[in-house]
Design a protein around this ligand. Sequence first.
Ligand SMILES: Nc1ncnc2c1ncn2[C@@H]1O[C@H](COP(=O)(O)OP(=O)(O)OP(=O)(O)O)[C@@H](O)[C@H]1O
Ligand SMILES: O=c1[nH]c(=O)c2[nH+]cn([C@@H]3O[C@H](COP(=O)(O)O)[C@@H](O)[C@H]3O)c2[nH]1
Ligand SMILES: NC(=O)CC[C@H](N)C(=O)O
Ligand SMILES: [Mg+2]
Length: 531
Amino acid sequence: MSSATPDQSVPPVDTVLVVDFGAQYAQLIARRVREARVYSEIVPSTMPVAEMLAKNPKAIILSGGPSSVYEEGAPRLDRAIFEAGVPVFGMCYGFQLMAITLGGTVDDNGAREYGRTPLHVTKTGSTLFEGTPTEQSVWMSHGDACSAAPEGFTVTASTDVVPVAAFENDEARLYGVQYHPEVLHSTHGQQILEHFLYRGAGLAPTWTTHNVVDEQIALIKAQVGTKRAICGLSGGVDSAVAAALVQKAIGSQLTCVYVDHGLMRQGETEQVEKDFVAATGVKLKVVDAQERFLSALKGVSDPEEKRKIIGREFIRVFEQAQAEIVAEAGEHGESVDFLVQGTLYPDVVESGGGTGTANIKSHHNVGGLPEDLQFQLVEPLRKLFKDEVRMVGQELGLPEEIVQRQPFPGPGLGIRIVGEVTKERLDLLREADAIAREELTAAGLDREIWQCPVVLLADVRSVGVQGDGRTYGHPIVLRPVSSEDAMTADWSRLPYEVLAKISTRITNEVRDVNRVVLDVTSKPPGTIEWE
Ligand SMILES: Nc1ncnc2c1ncn2[C@@H]1O[C@H](COP(=O)(O)OP(=O)(O)OP(=O)(O)O)[C@@H](O)[C@H]1O
Ligand SMILES: O=c1[nH]c(=O)c2[nH+]cn([C@@H]3O[C@H](COP(=O)(O)O)[C@@H](O)[C@H]3O)c2[nH]1
Ligand SMILES: NC(=O)CC[C@H](N)C(=O)O
Ligand SMILES: [Mg+2]
């Protein structure tokens, strides 16, 4: 049996490839394309051009990147990519690469621009700029610049310092912009991207999550056949949607397994046991694995080590459940070979499993999986973003409370205790977390914030005064964030009265906590979770 994830991304409809040159936000480009209702996938720039073309893309987008195109060792692409008749759109590094590959000039001529920049459209009515203002604001981030466009290209925009800020070649269907249309600060960015897709590449806005449901059900049926599967079910959105999809595909061949690892929040296990089963009708096995996880985490405070241990223990519990299900079915039962997980695209990208991107943290269900994994994975949401998963959930008729739930990480409170995880610390954090959640809900803020991790700084103490006496307690950190897809986030500007109430209640009600602090860091540079 292999642990490799079968590629479930059989292009359903017309596919746009986003070639990643190590961009900060290649995922964002892919998202924006999908927002234009065209399916997109990211591929690394190291993939041979022949392989890219073999995927039969209907258009190709070249991302930005940190390198300088004219430097030795900078990522390049075989010129064939521009000669295959596939429409190509270069952004920033991708634009510069297109320029230099086709005979234009790019150098470090001092024309640097970072941040919001006025763009002057010099050829109105062009494929990219038609219907947009001649003066618009765009987001720049470059040190090199194109000073001469390749032959056959028309320069369609400039800035005060860059003469060639966009060029187009309708005949060859090649387009490029020096700026970042994928960023919201580029006021007409989405429109320009759509112009490339619809006008330049002749694509139609037909991709919807509806296609995803049908296509994934067919794929799951083909993959699992008559065998059985278990699904790690947490009560969260992703696993709920994954379970619903798989249940639709293979019905009673699926058993969901909820692992109570002792790192869950207050009331969560009961909620999954009762409400979730009532809402979805899934077959559920609840495993109490608190002792197992706690003893495996004993003495460990390094975040990556914690994540790997939790990922491993999850699988060991799934294996145990697998054995039990097989034993219950007796000798005539089909074997349980498949493990369904609600893995999303950002989990894969952040775990460094994407396209040569850095490992930021090992998500328990991707980078934290043990090497001796005996299951074949079924991950129908592996290419989707959170908001898309919510749409799929709606489509499947899951209740709002489930579809709109805030995310909660699989490793749970284990990665919200900075320091060693112990039963006492978990109980304390559970209390503080329950208060924060209660007050945020009471204030009607649940939909406004993406999630609000509550973190215990277990190895930090500070002096307080409570009841006229000195205390030496632990701080609790509140980390409310707003986000579109968890890849970037900003700290939420919560009303002071709500913060005050949470702070007062936590310091009054939770023993050993004498200070509550607010995390006011965006992502980047800080990630959402502290570990
Ligand atoms: N307590 C748990 N028991 C069983 N499986 C779990 C548990 N926690 C996480 N998983 C598995 O790991 C996957 C990833 O967890 P993750 O938290 O990203 O997703 P989720 O809990 O389904 O959704 P959400 O992001 O909304 O919390 C889940 O989809 C699920 O398959
Ligand atoms: O299932 C999960 N397993 C993990 O190991 C994990 N780590 C982070 N998260 C969640 O992912 C989103 C991004 O979090 P970070 O900014 O901390 O990377 C946020 O929504 C986090 O809560 C996880 N979810
Ligand atoms: N953001 C980018 O793609 C930058 C491209 C190139 N590294 C430059 O600085 O010009
Ligand atoms: Mg979760």
